[in-house]
Design a protein around this ligand. Sequence first.
Ligand code: B12
Length: 221
Amino acid sequence: MYEPLIRAIELLEIDNATSLTKKYLSENVPVVDLIESCRIGVQMVGKRYQEGEYYLSDLVMSEFILKEITELVEPHLPAAAEAGGAPDSPEIVIGTIEGDIHDLGKNIVIYLLRSSGYKVLDLGVDVPKEKFVEAVKNGTRIIGICFLMTSCTAVVKELIDILERENLRRKVTVIIGGYAADEQTRAYVGADYSATNTTNIIPLFDSILGVKRPDFESGKR
Ligand code: B12
């Protein structure tokens, strides 16, 4: 990972963070590693906020920095056609669960999936669980549920319980992602997979959908 970038984000040094990003992009570093460094940097901001050192305005600043960086990185993601990934893949439905409005990570996941050839429907933020259930009824084989607020764990569990009750659970692969979606939570809510960092996202979807992609194995992206 890129320590100077992690540190610049942690210290909310926007100019430093964007110029480091430009430098790394000009050196053709793997985009996924760059984004993962941003995730770690912003996580450090969250830690300082939790410890009372940073304020809400600092969280907002980290959001701003991450948006600037995403704009710089986006043109460096391959177009879906070049990625040669999964042209016949089923549509993946992703949203941030009700009660949660965090979407930076979700949006990054969607960029990465689309640029790897996957079809993704973005349900947005604060999405009622019924919307996910409806998507499964409409034939979606994969749903991705984003949540960073631990208070949303119960809602995600309720959603998966509804899928069980309505005999829909076996028809769909459920992936949870975001700060609150660790392995322990995955086991508790009854999801199939959890994804809390950038590097394993595309390999995870590729393995679920049986897509072989030599680029990732060679670390090119
Ligand atoms: C930026 C930020 C904000 C921004 C959000 C901007 C936005 N548009 O998203 C703002 C300022 C608006 C905000 C608001 C709040 N926040 Co906030 N926020 C953060 C912060 C610092 C970073 C989140 C982030 O964007 N990370 C960067 C991205 C890239 O990482 P990521 O989301 O984890 O996503 C990656 C992976 O997890 C994964 N992934 C994510 N989603 C998905 C989905 C799928 C399907 C898959 C496969 C993978 C995947 O891939 C991504 C790429 O790497 C976190 C700290 C943290 N540790 O997460 C706190 C944090 C999440 N916030 C927190 C809090 C408390 C709040 C507020 C309640 C504050 C307040 N008092 O109002 C409100 C929440 C309102 C609400 N109801 O949702 C707490 C939550 C505590 C908890 N345990 O519940 C945290 C953890 C800070 C802390 N340590 O206290 N926040």
